[in-house]
Design a protein around this ligand. Structure first.
Ligand code: 3PG
Length: 305
């Protein structure tokens, strides 16, 4: 059995070493394709793979078609919008993610971004403190919960909106529940996005919500660029000269945003929410373990298709 790790953005070496150990202990072979620039290299590498581990690498129908022996693909991470689930299902390939494994890294970055924006992107001038400010968690999943906990450490007042989580589950963390998404945006100085990118959420964050934010409001995006309505973001930033946008996933129109809005906007040069050794180890090793359990015992825990 051959397990391919195909990562445009490679795991830390310590994570790859750990994956290799798990794979070889199970009697399987590990193949590595890192920093590939040509998708054809992916097609060739996956041709004889029985299992596949990826990060944000796109597992398209073409990849699935090229992967004649593939039985399982694991997205080492939370969001699986990069997997063509229909193509996997049509071929009987099990698709999984590794929920929670890299969440802390993303949550820490979200708070770091809030500090960075509150302090004028570390330029001279008087900034503001997070203490006493209201932060809204848009989707109270693994990352959202951790953001809430860290934000409380900063002395922030924490609110959340998540139609899929009970009021009781949110309130037991000392977090106030917003009944509607509009209430979250109109209440909070900072809104931290933790929604997945899917047909319902794509382009869902736009003018209507952002224009409701209090004076000096800041949207923090460590989720996906696809959930932002970019034209409307530009419009609201033009109209509301007090609003700020910070993102770990540069917008398609980021160059325009940077030019127009200067230090009111910031995008990391490369998506780095999950770029910690710890997150790489957690998600990478979980992926390898999930594959071994599936191949050896048919365990489909964390299947998403
Ligand atoms: C995730 O969905 O787990 C994060 O966005 C991390 O993505 P990455 O593996 O490309 O860093």
């Amino acid at each position: 059995m051959k397990i391919l790790v195909a990562t445009d953005k490679p795991f830390a070496k310590v994570a790859v070493d750990g994956i290799r150990k798990i794979v070889e202990a199970a009697g399987y072979e590990l193949a590595l394709l890192e920093k590939y620039t040509d998708v054809n290299d992916f097609y060739i590498a996956v041709a004889d793979a029985d299992a596949l581990i990826v990060r944000s690498d796109k597992v398209t129908k073409e990849v699935v078609d090229a992967a004649k022996n593939l039985k399982i693909v694991v997205r080492a991470g939370a969001g699986y919008d990069n997997l063509d689930l229909a193509a996997c299902t049509a071929r009987g390939i099990v698709a999984m993610n590794t929920p929670g494994q890299n969440s802390n890294a993303v949550a820490e970055l979200a708070l770091g971004m809030m500090v960075y924006m509150a302090r004028n992107t570390f330029q001279s001038g008087t900034g503001a403190e997070l203490k006493g400010k209201k932060v809204g968690i848009h989707a109270y999943g693994n990352v959202g919960r951790l953001v809430a906990g860290i934000a409380k450490g900063f002395g922030m007042e924490v609110y959340a909106f998540d139609p899929f989580v009970t009021k009781e589950a949110i309130e037991k963390d000392g977090v106030k529940v917003c009944a509607t998404v509009e209430e979250l945006y109109s209440t909070c100085h900072y809104v931290s996005l933790h929604i997945p990118a899917n047909d319902k959420t794509k382009k869902s964050i736009g003018y209507d919500l952002l224009s409701k934010m209090p004076k000096g409001g800041c949207l923090v995006n460590t989720a996906r660029k696809e959930v932002i309505h970019e034209e409307e973001l530009l419009k609201v930033l033009e109209e509301r000269t007090d609003l700020k946008y910070v993102t770990d996933i540069a917008a398609d129109n980021q160059a325009v945003l940077n030019e127009k809005f200067g230090t009111r906007v910031f995008a990391t040069p490369k998506k780095m929410g999950a770029e910690t050794a710890e997150a790489n180890i957690n998600a990478g090793l979980a992926s390898a373990n999930q594959i071994v359990k599936f191949l050896q015992a048919g365990d489909k825990t964390f299947q998403v298709n």
